[in-house]
Ligand binder design. Structure first.
Ligand SMILES: Nc1ncnc2c1ncn2[C@@H]1O[C@H](COP(=O)(O)OP(=O)(O)OP(=O)(O)O)[C@@H](O)[C@H]1O
Length: 325
């Protein structure tokens, strides 16, 4: 398990003040980060631009030294035992960084495997396995510059798995990919966690991706965790009113006051919008009015053809949480 305790990163920068003078400036990119990542789990790290996600991932990947706090990877300190920790982790970045275009897919994996000091036979077997896992075996001897965007990103994932890490940090892995390729890539990410038992930390600007993939989510704002929970729990935060959609067969002008009165009797703040001709209603209330509506329709012999609640959206919750903080 990875345990992150009170992690902090302050960048020190210099601003030019005149010809010879400069002034020191401090940016508190991460103020206090506490989180846990278990093997086989996909954990999301969310936040608006500049919240501190990339800085956090860089510290977890041992690329950046924390100013304060502690990261423990399976009992090992990520700063003191950095060399041992490096063997257990890896990072996958979005876009086209960290791969060499002139080299083939196989040559890229060979190069990165050698950086980990892997023995030739073992590395060769690992590469064959990974090329197969991410589905680019057929193109393994083609230079990467001839790969499609999706293939390059699958190669990125294979590169991130080259040292057979227990934990992978993925920073925007589907950045710039179209929805078909993103979907395909999400399936690979899921497989890596579920079948290979890897612990994954994922940042993404695509909320649907976080909702689909993550078991647990941390929301970062100005370098601090302001909320955490399952995507469903977090999405519910953004929704303080329930929105019900009701459809009634053979809509007529008489139905409208019946539904309106029944809803307002249960919750006087309820708002009922309707289209009598279509027999459709949108009901906004702080209470769950499904039972009231069903009973009213039965009493008045009205046939319901649809009654469903609007699903709360993670995106709305994140915006609300960030604004509130
Ligand atoms: N090398 C650096 N030196 C100084 N300040 C930095 C440096 N890197 C990042 N920052 C600042 O730290 C803060 C957090 O940046 P970071 O890139 O970690 O956020 P982020 O959540 O990943 O943002 P994005 O979603 O835009 O990538 C920002 O205010 C940024 O300007």
């Amino acid at each position: 398990m990875i345990i992150v305790e009170s992690l902090k990163k302050t960048y020190e920068t210099k601003i030019k003040k005149g010809f010879l003078k400069s002034e020191k400036r401090y940016v508190e990119a991460v103020r206090k980060l506490d989180m846990e990542i278990e093997k086989g789990q996909i954990v999301g790290l969310l936040g608006i631009n500049g919240a501190g996600k990339t800085t956090s991932i860089k510290m977890l990947s041992t690329l950046l030294l924390p100013t304060a706090g502690k990261i423990t990877v399976d009992g090992m300190d990520a700063v003191k035992d950095a060399m041992k920790v490096k063997q257990r982790i890896n990072m996958v970045a979005g876009g086209e960084r960290m791969i060499y275009w002139r080299l083939t897919g196989r040559e890229n994996l060979w190069y990165f495997g050698q950086l980990y000091g892997m023995e030739n036979k073992m590395l060769s077997e690992r590469i064959d396995y990974l090329l197969n896992l991410v589905g680019i075996e057929e193109k393994k001897d083609v230079p990467v510059e001839n790969y499609s965007k999706g293939m390059k990103q699958r190669l990125q994932i294979a590169r991130g798995l080259i040292n057979n890490p227990d934990y992978i940090f993925m920073d925007e892995p589907t950045l710039g990919l179209d929805s078909v390729i993103s979907k395909e890539l999400r399936a690979y990410v899921k497989n890596i966690a579920r079948k290979e038992g890897k612990g994954i930390l994922l940042t993404s600007h695509y909320m649907a991706e976080i909702e689909e993939l993550c078991d647990y989510v941390y929301v970062l704002n100005h370098g601090e965790i302001i909320a955490q929970g399952t995507p469903k729990e977090l999405a519910a935060v953004g929704m303080n009113k329930k929105i019900l959609y009701l459809g009634i067969e053979r809509g007529s002008a008489e139905i409208s006051p019946i539904i309106d009165q029944a809803c307002r009797a249960a919750d006087h703040t309820a708002i009922v919008q309707n289209d009598t001709h279509e027999g459709t209603f949108i009901i906004t209330s702080s209470l769950d009015l499904k039972g009231v509506i069903s009973r009213t329709c039965i009493d008045h012999r009205l046939v319901i053809n649809r009654l469903f609640e609007d699903e709360p959206k993670l995106e709305d919750a994140i915006i609300k949480l960030s604004k509130g903080a």
